[in-house]
Write a protein that binds this ligand. Structure first.
Ligand SMILES: NC(=O)c1ccc[n+]([C@@H]2O[C@H](COP(=O)([O-])OP(=O)(O)OC[C@H]3O[C@@H](n4cnc5c(N)ncnc54)[C@H](O)[C@@H]3O)[C@@H](O)[C@H]2O)c1
Length: 338
């Protein structure tokens, strides 16, 4: 399969053509020079939209997986359906980029990982925030020693998701989502810490709340953890934070300075990053190359390069993604809402 990818524009099949696929991933893959070949979605409106872009569209995934023009598969169904789609794509020998969280449970993610290993296909979980220009600039600044020895990462990542947020709000259903704000938003933070510091979070614990929204999943959580070398990690994620409030903040603290990213976490480019000097307390903007580039376009381009062997082998990494799922399971195992 890797040989077949070549340097021509990558032909994509998309399983699950809802909000994130339609508004971010497909515009991203097209901007990255890819082709939308085929879409599988049971929703007729989704299929009509995809057909309007020139894609073949069917309710079922069989035609997409049998299509020789589909060289890579992007999975963006609700969480509990990731497993079936990834297993089917693996059995057909196609590389897969699957949305986060990898699955609705650790057991499902482990079954997916087994199928991927058995088939020997390239697999990546779609952590688009790795590819946000601001986060790449922060990672490079940290590696270059811009804030000294890193001591802590603090993240606030929140939004408002009420029971009627979507016509069929699967995010509020524990069986389909696998959890609430913690399951949906914390994976981004866990992965981002690994990306920024080059080492994983190894321990984690959480408190969850069911404070505002009228559904069965958590609408907020606080997580604490540390990385392998001892960097402390603190995360507040929430579905109960109104739009007008500051909701997206990422701080990396070190012995000679601090990086503060505001409004960078999310699907779009933008936001700003400041470096605060540890001795004088002065703030200066951190230069961000290609600041306006879409994280999704960069992710799709990076995945295509990775398939061709032109990226760091661990830019996408099944074992790291399974580790993230283990951390989420551990966080929920220890979570309490009292
Ligand atoms: N990376 C990000 O920033 C980001 C943002 C939003 C969502 N996501 C993830 O993307 C996934 C989809 O989220 P969304 O907000 O787009 O959801 P959505 O409900 O808007 O879209 C899901 C789509 O899947 C389709 N679908 C349902 N069953 C299907 C099946 N059996 N086969 C094919 N398609 C099927 C639905 O008809 C719908 O069009 C979730 O895993 C979510 O966590 C990631």
């Amino acid at each position: 399969m890797l040989d077949a990818v070549g340097t021509a524009s990558l032909g994509w099949g998309v399983i699950g053509y809802g909000w994130v696929a339609r508004d971010y991933a497909v515009p991203g893959l097209l901007a990255a020079g890819g082709r939308l070949v085929s879409v599988a979605d049971p929703d007729a409106g989704a299929r009509r939209h995809a057909a309007g872009l020139g894609a073949r569209a069917a309710a079922d995934l069989r035609a997409l997986l049998d299509d020789p023009e589909v060289q890579a598969v992007y999975v963006a169904t609700p969480n509990h359906l990731h497993r079936a789609a990834v297993e089917a794509a693996a059995a057909s020998g196609k590389p897969v980029l699957c949305e986060k969280p990898m699955a609705a449970s650790l057991a499902e993610a482990e079954a997916m990982a087994a199928a991927v290993r058995r088939a020997g296909i390239p697999y990546g979980t779609a952590f688009d925030q790795r590819h946000h220009p601001a986060h790449v600039a922060m990672r490079d600044a940290i590696a270059a020693g811009a804030i000294g020895t890193v001591t802590a990462v603090r993240i606030a990542y929140a939004c408002w998701v009420d029971a009627g947020w979507a016509a069929d709000n699967w995010r509020a259903d524990p069986a389909r989502a696998g959890g609430g704000a913690l399951m949906d938003l914390a994976p981004h933070g866990i992965d981002l810490v690994d990306h920024l510091l080059g080492e994983p979070v190894v321990e984690i614990a959480a408190l969850t709340q069911h404070r505002v929204q009228r559904y069965a999943v958590d609408d907020g959580a606080l997580l604490i953890g540390h990385t392998a070398s001892g960097v402390l990690v603190q995360m507040h994620v929430a579905y109960n934070c109104p739009e007008g409030l500051p909701r997206r903040r990422l701080e990396v603290l070190g012995t000679t300075g601090q990086l503060l990213a505001e409004r960078t976490m999310g699907q779009s480019a933008g936001g700003c990053v400041t470096r605060i000097d540890g001795r004088l307390g002065l703030s200066a903007p951190l230069p961000v190359p290609e600041a306006g580039a879409s994280p999704f376009a960069r992710q799709m381009a990076a995945f295509a390069r990775w398939l061709r062997g032109e990226e760091h082998p661990r830019l996408f990494c099944l074992e790291r993604d399974i580790h993230t799922m283990r951390l989420l399971a551990r966080a929920y195992g220890e979570a309490s809402c009292r």
